[in-house]
Design a protein around this ligand. Sequence first.
Ligand code: AMP
Ligand code: MG
Length: 417
Amino acid sequence: MITVQEHLSRIVATVQRLPPIGLDLLDAQGCVLARDVTSQVALPGFRNSAMDGYAVYAADVAGASVTAPVSLPVAGDIAAGNTEALRLAPGQSMRIMTGAPMPDGADAVAPVEDTDGGLSRVTISARVHAGTHVREAGEDVAAGSLVMTDGTRLEPRQIALLAAVGTGEVRVTPRPRVVVISTGDELIEPGTRPGFGQVVDSNGLMLTAAVRALGCIPVRVGCVRDDAATFRSTIETQIRQADAVITTGGVSMGAYDTVKEVLSSVAAMRFDKVAMQPGMPQGFGVLGEHQIPVFTLPGNPVSAMVSFEVFVAPALRLMAGRPQRETPLVTAVAADAWTAPAGKVQFARVVLSRNGSAVRAGDQPGHTVSIAGLQGSHALGSLARANALAVIPAEVTSVRVGDQVSCHPLGPIPEAP
Ligand code: AMP
Ligand code: MG
């Protein structure tokens, strides 16, 4: 038996960030940059107005107030998109729109709200200082400056900045392509009602969806019979289009445990019992010329999901150039009592909620955790109800009401009713 940490460490030490590719900016959403980006341009690219109003010389309206307004001739009209270089003479104004280029000479904008909105002459009833409502060229991003570093994840906000500085294609770490293979003679395709002895391949859909939710590209192969030759040829074919492979089923101690039977002869594969509940039988290694990581997860649905969260997701994030963990564990107070096995880390399916208000004035509002229902490794009902896994250390054999419990969130944490 090895520990969860030992198994995870071996996986983390084996997988590597994928080599970079070029993608159109929008197609790179969710990927991380594979190199630093320096801007060739300044942002803003030209001096422009921050308000709809009138471009002026601040000195001309230095004495303006409601009781002593200043009247100026309006020498022109500048809309956003105007590409003509204009010059404002002292003692005059130009009507200007937000984002339009400032005329040379003008050093401030009087907002339209402080004027009568005149078209040939304007009456301004509030003073402005030099620089008021003017956006200087390069005040946001200087030309030649480093705007984003290798490893930055491209969310909508980062995509906006890269687009603004003129990026068309970006070098990024690609999303890993992950092949999902389910094994078992009992399995049938989703969408059909199972007959006696048959089981729908819920793991195949669950893992495919989990891969996609992580921002990777899933390739669901479907169900493979418990037959060594079929499984061998399936994995040999699939490995050619994959950055990683996940299998479920066939790794326990039973007869017909095909995955283990076929892959245990591969030197770079290892099958272990990991001191955890659920998810004890685990296999991991690399296959093929390109040393593709292969995760052989147990078939029990809850075991498969827990294994994905604990072992596969950290590896896929690293392959995608992201941190191994992206969300912190949450400490919560147990609202239920339950038992845990000695000598194994328990990943209990729980419902985690945020307390809306602090128990005592001045305290941070905390989190509460309750058990999600039946804890068997086959129990999909409680798995679907759960929004977190409570991580109970190997030496702890019972959780009491009021205990502090460390939780691994699986989704959003709602506020307690
Ligand atoms: P195994 O790991 O192959 O011994 O399977 C353990 C349990 O998980 C059995 O009850 C299987 O029917 C079930 N199981 C295996 N694969 C799947 C799957 N793809 N979807 C749903 N249940 C599965
Ligand atoms: Mg099986």
